[in-house]
Design a protein around this ligand. Structure first.
Ligand SMILES: [Zn+2]
Ligand SMILES: [Zn+2]
Length: 103
């Protein structure tokens, strides 16, 4: 069933598709070499069991009087919660696309 020509053509189409996909991705958004979490840190920095993010974040530090006093480093509060906002990005409820016809 799989003759060499079909295989080569198929491989070529796959390669072309991959290249096109890469080019298109490069023009629309910055390529992300590693999968990132919703907090913006790489998924690799998240604990597999507790989902805790080990990355540190720089935050403005305020003194007791309320004036800004440089920066402090705190651990990212993320627990890899991808939440309803994230799901809404990929899943559209049918009611949103199937509107009743108005005449
Ligand atoms: Zn995270
Ligand atoms: Zn994080």
């Amino acid at each position: 069933v799989f003759d060499p020509i079909t295989l080569v053509a198929g491989a070529g189409i796959l390669t072309a598709g991959t290249l096109l996909g890469r080019i298109r991705r490069r023009t629309t958004a910055a390529p992300s070499p590693v999968p990132t979490c919703g907090c913006g840190h790489p998924m690799a920095l998240h604990d597999r069991d507790s989902d805790e993010c080990f990355a540190d974040e720089q935050r403005p530090h305020y003194s007791k009087s309320g004036s800004r006093n440089g920066f402090e480093w705190v651990q990212c509060p993320c627990r890899r919660y991808l939440g309803p906002d994230h799901i809404a990005d990929v899943w559209v409820p049918p009611s949103a696309t199937m509107r009743p016809q108005e005449d």
